[in-house]
Design a protein around this ligand. Structure first.
Ligand SMILES: [Zn+2]
Length: 337
């Protein structure tokens, strides 16, 4: 161990040298690498968590840079996938950590394989569909996860210990009312992200160090603009479909074929039967219709007023609409034909 690198953290009594060894031997998986994800990844890699897997389906855009701390203008200009850009930055920050970035859309079909064998799951997702999927897999496999969400200036977080405390579905059986605002409609400021991720990362360190008695044990909310804090202690709901009845609706249903994304006027299309695409062939075909840009990870095709970003696994993000039917039509015409 490079003691000098972690010297200030080792001096912190609850961690110490032994704790640092524990962190270096632990494994975390992060789902979603936007504002919450980049902040958590940055802190955990600097803290010397041994392995970090980052799963994200999106690419870097200029509008991300105000709050997504691992990305820069060059990443946005190159439309680098967030998982790829994050992996590069994080490896340069701490080469002790095994960082793995995966450009993948998390679904009911792949989530178990993505998180199995990890000590902890970190929430960097931007939608409740994905969070219920995380909650299902956490309870099913017995892996703790740390929920975090931010809209405008208000942040909310909760640590879920499967089998030992309430799960997300105990607290919110359905997507919470009043939280239907997204960063697309209400905006978001970086300090609110900072608050949520400070709590999430601290909880992660406590869990990885085996200090469960130090966890805050609550549904913890703070509005950094209104200076309003709220902490409630949720209870296990014995009738909870997830941790009570062990019915894993989100794992079993198989996700939808389209998702409207947060933060952009866009729809994602994902065919579950996709056999993958040859982007070079697709590029040659699409150049007849409009400008096409491609890198090793994705292809971008402009067709005013739309822009299609296509990934090798057959997934596409259709920008310029929130209408799933319009997006499906564009996909059928230009990508799957
Ligand atoms: Zn529950």
């Amino acid at each position: 161990m490079n003691v000098e690198k972690y010297s200030r953290q080792i001096l912190f009594r609850p961690i110490g040298r032994e704790g640092q060894e524990k962190l270096l031997a632990s494994k975390a998986v992060l789902v979603g690498c936007g504002a919450l994800g980049t902040a958590q990844a940055n802190a955990l890699v600097r803290a010397g968590v041994g392995a970090l897997r980052i799963v994200d389906r999106d690419y870097v855009e200029e509008s991300n840079l105000q709050r997504q701390g691992l990305f820069d203008e060059k990443d946005a200009a190159e439309s680098l996938p967030k998982a790829v850009a994050a992996e590069r930055k994080l490896r340069a920050i701490n080469s002790d950590v095994h960082v793995e970035g995966l450009v993948v859309d998390v679904t009911s079909g792949n989530i178990e394989d993505l998180v199995r064998g990890y000590d902890i799951i970190l929430d960097g997702a931007d939608n409740f569909e994905t969070r219920y999927l995380l909650n299902d897999v956490s309870v099913k496999l017995g892996i703790p996860w740390i929920y975090g969400a931010v809209v405008a200036s208000s942040a909310l977080t909760m640590t879920i210990l499967p089998g030992r405390g309430p799960c997300l579905a105990c607290v919110f059986p359905g997507p919470p009312q009043g939280l239907h605002e997204t960063c697309d409609t209400a905006g978001i400021i970086a300090p609110a992200v900072g608050w949520a991720t400070s709590i999430q990362v601290t909880e992660a360190l406590k869990l990885l160090l085996g200090r469960e008695n130090q966890l805050h044990g609550s549904l913890f909310a703070f509005d950094v603009w209104e200076n309003h804090a709220q902490q409630v202690r949720p209870r296990i709901d014995p009738g909870c479909r997830t941790c009570g009845q062990r019915v894993f609706t989100y794992l079993e249903e198989g996700g939808p074929t389209h998702v409207t994304m947060c933060g952009r006027n866009s729809v994602q299309i994902h065919r579950r039967d996709s056999r993958g695409l040859d982007l070079k062939v697709l590029k040659a075909r699409l150049e007849k219709f409009g400008p096409v840009k491609a890198n090793d990870f994705l292809l971008k095709f402009s067709l005013e007023p739309y822009e299609l970003t296509v990934f090798p696994d057959g997934r596409a993000i259709i920008k310029g609409t929130q209408d799933a039917a319009v997006a499906r039509g564009l996909y059928a015409k230009y990508v799957s034909s």
